[in-house]
Design a protein around this ligand. Structure first.
Ligand SMILES: Nc1ncnc2c1ncn2[C@@H]1O[C@H](COP(=O)(O)OP(=O)(O)OP(=O)(O)O)[C@@H](O)[C@H]1O
Length: 474
């Protein structure tokens, strides 16, 4: 078997070698499956062993919500055998190249002694990066080390080997949402699927904001799909961090007086007339409302008007991008897209309001609610935009999300959509929209008829993809 340097452009400190003659390494492939790779890659250990430092977040292993995850146990077993109890590159076996991003390359890898524990390893050559990109690397590593959430990546190890920074995170075998969207009829997800993905992204953003992190790069390409079909938000290099002061805010809401209360004498006067009464709920709000940044980063179709105008921005850019995201999942395109990047930006910056496409086959119940939500998120003035002052709570309360039991969302069954299950070799090529640095529900799934299991505690998103009608799950 030939041995060849996998990346001839890398220097001698760190190279990957292939022990097969297979030259058909997919260039970007969270979109292809593990089973299809016959390539064996390995680190050139002899050149790296003396210069590695690792941060296996030991405090995280004890605190992390996934501390019982077999991956952690496998890492623990591997590091127990290590004299310094740290994970090193020699513990890892590279399987194949998954893709290349702005900062570095991402590989599928396994622990040498445990084939069942797979990870994604992001390898960044610091020597090739500008200071600006180095600060992005730092930001990404810092943010990853803070995260402990089912819809966000777990950082298993942060390894510094010579001038390489390696981040070991969860591997998502089902590709990204942008590729999946491109496989759908008309490039649009059924409403129930839009609702599911939007709800999970909302929860992930809520968590980031509670940590004071403004994400700034929401787009379907950055939403990877885990093995179980739930989402994982990726790419944290454009985030910025701000202070967040958690507060209790009082939210008044109208509630229908229950019949029982009326009969037990709790229903008088005006309440009896309207059938409604005003209740005041204390609500926990942790939203970085004072976040402020001037650097204009993001993907042009997703940039908020305040980013385009360059006057500084805060948390609101994520809620704007969330509106664009819901629109794109529903209509297959973004709302302000023009013929060129410049015209897209002009449309965003102008006073032009969002227009909804008329799609004849799209008369699912819930579309009006979805449009209403999008309209409230795509408000050009961030001070009036939904979510900007009270965060995700306000968005969760919107009728589009009626009926979702938020604390149980990670137990919901992901929607069955075209191409949504772990796939065979080959991925849908798509024109990737690079972000750039710039100066300057056929009905709402509220009704329980489609959402039962034995304890009635989760939604069943099983969908008949042919006719987009929900079907009952046995
Ligand atoms: N955890 C993962 N699981 C599976 N594939 C991944 C994972 N992380 C990244 N990838 C794949 O590797 C590719 C490169 O990822 P990376 O995060 O470096 O850059 P990117 O997503 O292209 O973003 P950017 O260049 O904007 O930083 C992605 O396109 C994706 O297909």
């Amino acid at each position: 078997m030939d041995e060849e340097t996998y990346f001839p452009d890398t220097d001698l400190d760190f190279s990957f070698t292939s022990t097969t003659t297979d030259r058909t390494v997919p260039s970007s492939s969270a979109r292809s499956s593990l089973a299809r790779s016959s390539l064996t890659l390995s680190f050139n250990e002899s050149r790296l062993s003396c210069s590695t430092t690792t941060t296996t977040p030991s405090n995280i292993t004890t605190l992390h919500h996934r501390k019982w995850d077999p991956r952690w146990s496998a890492i623990k077993a591997a590091t127990n055998l290590s004299s310094d109890r740290n994970l090193h590159l020699r513990h890892l076996k590279l399987i194949r190249h998954l893709g290349t991003g702005n900062l570095g390359r991402v590989f599928l890898c396994q622990l040498r002694d445990c084939n069942s524990a797979t990870f994604a390893l992001k390898v960044i050559d610091r020597d090739t990066l500008s200071n600006k990109k180095l600060s992005h690397v730092q930001m990404e590593a810092e943010i990853l080390s803070m995260l402990d959430h089912p819809f966000l990546p777990t950082l298993y190890a942060h390894i510094q080997a010579s001038h390489y920074t390696c981040l070991l995170i969860d591997f998502c075998p089902n590709g990204d949402l942008h590729s999946l969207l491109r496989k759908q009829p008309g490039n649009r997800f059924p409403l129930a699927a839009v609702r599911f993905f939007a709800a999970e992204v909302l929860v992930a953003l809520e968590y980031l904001h509670a940590l004071g992190i403004v994400y700034r790069d929401l787009k379907p390409e950055n939403i990877l799909l885990r093995e179980d079909g739930h989402i994982m938000l990726s790419d944290f290099d454009l985030c910025f961090k701000a202070d967040v002061v958690p507060t209790f805010k009082f939210q008044s809401r109208k509630s229908r007086k229950s019949r029982q209360n009326c009969f037990t004498g709790g229903c008088f006067g005006s309440v009896a007339d309207s059938g409604e009464e005003e209740e005041v709920d204390p609500e926990f709000v942790a939203e970085p409302v004072t976040a402020f940044s001037r650097s204009c980063v993001g993907t042009h179709e997703y940039l908020a008007p305040e980013l385009v105008s360059g006057n500084g921005h805060g948390n609101g850019v994520d809620w704007w991008a969330f509106g664009v995201f819901v629109y794109e999942l529903l209509y297959g395109t973004t709302p302000f897209k023009g013929g060129s990047k410049d015209s897209t930006l002009r449309n965003i910056a102008s006073s032009r309001q969002v227009r909804f496409l008329h799609v004849t086959e799209m008369e699912e119940a819930g579309t009006a609610e979805a449009n209403d939500l999008i309209g409230k998120l795509l408000v050009k003035d961030p001070r009036r935009r939904l979510g900007c002052t009270r965060g995700a709570q306000d968005i969760k309360r919107h009728p589009f999300f009626d009926g979702i039991k938020w604390p149980l969302i990670r137990h919901y069954k992901p929607p069955e959509v075209v191409g949504g299950v772990a796939r065979k070799r080959g991925h849908v090529g798509h024109v990737k929209r690079r972000r750039w640095l710039w100066k300057g529900l056929d009905y709402l799934m509220t009704r329980n008829r489609n959402n039962k299991n034995s304890n009635g505690n989760y939604y069943d998103y099983v969908h008949n993809c042919n006719n987009n009608k929900p079907r009952k799950h046995a």
